[in-house]
Design a protein around this ligand. Structure first.
Ligand SMILES: *Cc1c(COP(=O)(O)O)cnc(C)c1O
Length: 429
């Protein structure tokens, strides 16, 4: 299977090239040339297969002959070696917890998969890939963790100053070795724009083999389809609706890929914070991003979601798109109110992102009693302990995985704008 550019360039590339280049030559996102449904018997019997076998079945067509079966299974066993619990909250509502990986947010799966693939491609070569990643908090942490000391890789993380939580900032800035953190004056969208600009910059490309570890990279994006299979494996139910707290729309786009592969899902809800470009699109049919607004669900502070174009690609027109996808936005007040309510009524603690997912699910399911709803709980509440502890008056226990980074010193380089960024990385490496 090959990948084509969504900007229309005629050249098609295999998985290895798509991963190493990040974006197509014309700056477009790569998209699979073809999506072939998985054998229906396999999907009906998901509970008979291990998570690694399911991951293999889901991903193999997108890898083609870039990685052989044995090595791919080995990579997958390094990628999904933790649990994805499904918590029953009653009234046909479930929380799919995706934060049990090393950095406590769902991005660990994609980041680890991509790191393992690049390490594999560069195994016996004398090549260094420079991985550029813009982060609103969790991506950078997962990428730093996944790529730490991976041979043949240098990672440069761009994060917006004062817009990530304390734990997130420590996860980004305390690694050292092949990981460098850049603290950017601006928003996540500014960081993302710098990354996109760098890819089109001849001078940088002549010096570095640049690639991106954002969900624009197919190796980061596609493995996120596994979550939906794992949920269906556990639930074994029909009439499923998934609500996905969405920022750059990579995770929900992977969910739609899962549906296209034959997973029985009725509907998706893209739940956003007040960065509501997509909820507004569903009302007006016009995409008109506004400046990014800072919220407590900061990993979703994105106003120009890169992956939405991939979602549009999978539906013929606006009407078919709207029949499978709804999108709603919620503010910080509503988010914290529902955190309080669910804690008081169900004794369950949501993080602000999961809470936005829950709100979107409830809104869509109103007057649909026959549907089963799953919202994705994308981060551990401890990452946002300040807001959660102020809201529900509990002291959250710090997980062991986090404890050891809290005493380490933060190291970062301040960046003013694109020219400053370019000058500094050209001098640094
Ligand atoms: C990245 C992130 C999101 C948004 O995911 P997208 O794929 O960018 O839509 C939601 N929640 C958390 C905790 C995240 O880290």
């Amino acid at each position: 299977m090959l990948y084509r550019s969504l900007n229309g360039h005629h050249k098609k590339v295999n998985f290895e090239t798509a991963v190493k280049n990040g974006l197509a030559e014309d700056g477009g996102l790569f998209f699979p040339e073809k999506i072939s449904p998985i054998n229906n018997e396999f999907i009906k019997n998901l509970d008979k297969y291990s998570n690694i076998d399911i991951a293999h079945e889901v991903i193999k067509q997108f890898i083609g002959d870039s990685i052989n079966e044995k090595d791919l299974k080995e990579i997958l066993s390094n990628t999904v070696d933790f649990d994805f619990p499904l918590i029953d909250l009653g009234n046909n509502i479930y929380s799919l917890e995706l934060f049990h990986g090393p950095t406590l947010a769902f991005k660990d799966v994609g980041a680890r998969f991509m790191a393992n693939c690049l390490g594999y491609f560069n195994k016996n070569k004398n090549i260094t890939n420079t991985v550029l990643v813009a982060t609103s908090g969790d991506t950078g942490a997962a990428v730093a963790n996944g790529f730490f000391k991976v041979k043949g890789t240098n990672v440069i993380i761009l994060y917006p100053e004062n817009k990530v939580s304390e734990i997130q900032e420590r996860q980004l800035t305390t690694n050292g070795n092949n990981i460098t953190a850049l603290r950017v004056k601006g928003s996540f969208d500014d960081c993302q724009d710098m990354v996109k600009k760098a890819f089109l910059d001849k001078e940088l490309n002549n010096k570095f083999n640049l690639t991106s570890a954002n969900s624009i990279n197919v190796a980061r994006w596609l493995p996120q389809a596994f979550y939906y299979f794992y949920a269906v494996k556990k639930l074994k139910k029909k009439n499923l609706v998934f609500s996905v707290p969405s920022g750059n729309f990579g995770n929900i786009c992977a969910g739609i890929i899962a549906m296209k592969l034959g997973l029985p899902i009725d509907h998706f809800v893209a739940s956003t914070n007040v960065n509501d470009t997509i909820p507004r699109y569903f009302k007006s049919k016009v995409l008109s991003p506004k400046p990014t607004i800072q919220t407590i669900s900061n990993a979703m502070d994105v106003s120009n979601p890169s992956n939405f174009i991939r979602i549009q690609e999978m539906f013929e027109n606006f009407d078919t798109l709207s029949s499978f996808l709804s999108s709603y936005s919620f503010d910080d007040y509503q988010t914290l109110e529902i955190v309080k309510e669910i804690y008081n009524n169900k004794n369950y603690i949501m993080d602000p992102h999961g809470a936005v997912g829950y709100l979107g699910l409830k809104k869509y399911l109103k007057n649909k009693p026959n549907k089963i709803g799953v919202f994705l709980e994308t981060a551990h509440p401890i990452k946002f302990s300040k807001h959660i502890e102020n809201t529900i008056d509990v002291k959250l226990k710090i997980p062991k995985k986090i404890n050891k980074i809290l005493s380490k010193n933060k190291k970062y380089i301040d960046i003013e704008n694109y020219n400053d960024f370019k000058k500094k990385i050209l001098n640094m490496f």
